[in-house]
Design a protein around this ligand. Sequence first.
Ligand code: CTP
Ligand code: MG
Length: 447
Amino acid sequence: MSRPDAGTGKPVTARRALIVVAAGSGERLGHGIPKACVDLGGRPILAQVLQRLHGLSSGGLTPGRLSHGLDAVVLVLPPDRASYDQLAAVGEQFSAAAGVPVFSTRGGGSRSSSVRAGVNHLLSAAAADWDPATTTVLIQDAARAMTPEQVYARVFAAVEAGAAAVVPALPVTDTIKRVHPEPAADSGAERVAETVPRSSLRAVQTPQGFTLALLQQAFEFIGDLPDAEAEGLTDEAMIAEAMGIAVAVVPGSESALKITTQADLAAAQALLASIHAPEQTKPVLPRVGIGHDVHAFAPAEEPRDLWLAGLFWPGQQGLTGHSDGDAVAHACCDALFSAAGLGDLGVHFGADTIGTARPELEGASGAQLLAEAARILAGEGFGIGSIAVQFVGKRPKFGPRREEAQQVLSAAAGAPVAISATTSDGLGFTGRGEGILATATAVIYTL
Ligand code: CTP
Ligand code: MG
């Protein structure tokens, strides 16, 4: 045996292949689609198998993942076109993320014939000139979607240490009884024949590992079995046993449960949820922003319309500035940009001449800019929780039109906008009626 590679633990001259058999129809699960296509935690069961090997959801390559040591993966898929295409695409995604060649082929009418198809495909697509004696092939049931990476690693290691056939297994905890083949003649009930001593029993899982050489011999040994007979071959270790080859046992995992029925699927879902639980309990905090705007009233000799908080205020002198001077709406925009970390009004709409940085916004009202700010945030993946804005000024008198103003700005922002107003007790520029001030806060969240 050659020395192991530091990163993967695999002997440097050895080859590692994984065959995932996923061609079954999932009759007992009863979803009306092949089992490997059934949703488990938002992706097909087959994708969850590959996910365990690589941590695809963590985004990117994780050093030392088992997938780095694989030389080829063969997916044995259901023959119908739609399922095949869907699952082959899952394989391509894994291949791109993990940098492992992934091949897809169609399965047969029994698990055993699907495994045989996988081995043949491995030989034709990748392993033609690999040494069968130093190539390890792991056969994994897609149905055991939650099998942890460590079990694969254990099986690879045992084959590479010299075992020709390896199965992962767990001790049996139930009391096992054998029943008579025929039910009782009178009641029709099954009858116990004997209790099987539990200490020597093991519940066998997948992945099962073999040298490629042994797999080739095994399929020669059984020849071309009709599906009905192959049905009885629930794993390839059975063939090795029949050939008199020692089959090594390594520890399996409770997580490697086989999804056969709806109850098993629910158990796998619960397991998946518990794996992701630490991420989910991390609190998702909202983001808070602040905005501030000041405008002076235009001099009496330059009459202007007053627009404030999205409303027209007839008979009131307007504010200075190139825009409509709607300090209340502008403060709301700034609070939104601040909360999202997207700069401020000037960055998006033009610093001094609001509307001119984006010609289509030239002359836009405060309410239109607020609607545009909300759209920009949504484009960056933020929703708006609420905005609170306070107006400080001697006039106009806000109380009678507060509701109306809140409705206009809330409609523009697509979220509740609360407006409060105060005078400043005659102090400062607001108190003297020279100008107005608005301060806003916004709470936003990640969509
Ligand atoms: N399998 C396969 N080809 C078949 C039959 C089974 O590749 N013709 C695969 C399944 O996809 C599964 C594994 O062998 O990953 C174990 O089979 P099982 O759990 O029985 O799955 P199904 O045959 O799909 O389920 P059912 O027997 O309920 O129809
Ligand atoms: Mg089956």
